[in-house]
Design a protein around this ligand. Structure first.
Ligand code: TXA
Ligand code: MG
Length: 358
């Protein structure tokens, strides 16, 4: 597989219609186009073309049993891809689309089995990014798109991240600058009891304002065995190259443990990368760490936006191990914790404060 990957640079506020037309023609011809959404960059193909969809799996080296999200330009197109759409779906669409919410619904007949990994349900969303919507509209077909990274790696938030993983494997990259949300969409199943399958850009609290209490699917080895058809929910996923350890706990104890662990690794001549909050930085001054600050604990939108780029930066700087702090579970914290837990592949350390410190 060796293609010439073409990059079209677009200003989201003033798009060159000719470049959108060319990219849309590539989609209609069965090719692969990476494009920005508000969450992360997606790798798109015509969702109605089984061969094109197989191309996505080949380019990403993604196992065929991991289903894709279908992207629409408008909620009005939902009946093209799903059936038996409950009123609740329309209500959620009216509130959250365009935006980072993916709904899992019964699969429409036009959708090839390749998209849904043979399953009876389909995942669908209307992205909020002007380039994404212009591309889908110009193509005139729903676009199936996973995140535009090699399978198991961090999702791309910049065109350069896409090229690092997929150059020579896809036809076009639309470069619309860095994405604004920075983490993938929330995946909400509306088949049976509404359940969050993957926390993401729409918070649990925002969904609960409409739905009342919403279950969050627990990612445990047991739960994974019970759900073999959704391995996108795999534990080890969204991973930087360096092993990552996630530390959870109250701030003072968390910092003390991070500092002690960082020194211990350093003594073993392991280059330590720290993923910190802005509030942590004064405690880590004057030593030879690689530090990436994702943002303030008081501003989780910024943390979400910068998280993947920060992890990529620690990899690029040569970290031998990454020690990351947790950001809680309120609002976007839940999605941030989900991604860091997966990057940690289960290496999550609960820090308990000494009795005199609380
Ligand atoms: O923000 C996003 O969701 C980005 C942008 C490009 O839209 N896309 C994305 O796609 O993150 P991907 O393929 O990397 O993750 C899709 C997730 C996977 O965990 C997959 O298993 C799950 O959605 N999924 C897809 N179809 C499903 C279905 N029918 N039932 C349950 N889960 C599904
Ligand atoms: Mg992905």
């Amino acid at each position: 597989m060796s293609l010439q990957t073409v990059v079209y640079t677009l200003d989201p506020a003033a798009m060159d219609a000719e470049l959108i037309r060319r990219a849309a023609a590539v989609i209609r011809a069965g090719g692969l186009v990476a494009f920005p959404t508000e969450t992360v960059y997606g790798l798109g193909a015509n969702a109605l073309d089984a061969g094109a969809v197989r191309g996505i799996f080949a380019a990403k080296e993604r196992p065929a049993h991991d289903p894709l999200i279908i992207h629409l330009a408008d909620a009005a197109d939902l009946p093209r891809v799903a059936r038996d759409i409950p009123p609740l779906a329309s209500e959620l669409a009216a509130r959250f689309w365009p935006g980072p919410l993916t709904l899992v619904l019964p699969r429409g007949e036009a959708i090839p089995a390749e998209v849904t990994a043979g399953g009876a349900t389909v995942a669908v969303r209307v992205p909020a990014h002007p380039i994404a919507r212009a591309l889908i509209r110009a193509a005139g077909v729903p676009i199936a798109a996973p995140s535009a990274n090699r399978f198991g790696r961090l999702s791309p938030t910049r065109a350069a991240d896409v090229l690092a993983d997929l150059e020579g494997r896809i036809d076009v990259v639309l470069d619309g600058g860095p994405t604004t949300v920075g983490l993938e969409s929330t995946v909400l199943s509306l088949v049976g009891t509404p359940t969050i399958l993957r926390p993401g850009g729409v918070s649990r609290e925002a969904l609960e304002a409409i739905l009342g209490p919403v279950a969050v699917w627990e990612r445990s080895p047991q739960a994974l065995e019970a759900l073999p058809e959704s391995p996108g929910l795999l534990l080890q996923h969204y991973a930087p190259r360096a092993p990552l350890l996630l530390y959870q706990g109250a701030p003072a104890a968390l910092r003390a443990t991070l500092l002690a662990e960082a020194r211990r690794y350093q003594q073993e001549n392991v280059r330590v990368g720290l993923l910190l909050a802005a509030e942590d930085v004064p405690f880590f001054a004057d030593e030879e760490w690689l530090i990436e600050v994702a943002g303030s604990v008081a501003d989780l939108e910024t943390v979400a936006r910068q998280l993947f780029a920060a992890l990529r930066a620690l990899d690029a700087a040569g970290a031998g191990v990454i020690l990351a702090r947790d950001f809680g579970v309120a609002g976007l914290g839940l999605a941030i914790r989900d991604r860091l837990t997966r990057a940690a592949g289960g290496r999550v350390i609960e820090v308990t404060a000494p009795a005199d410190e609380v």
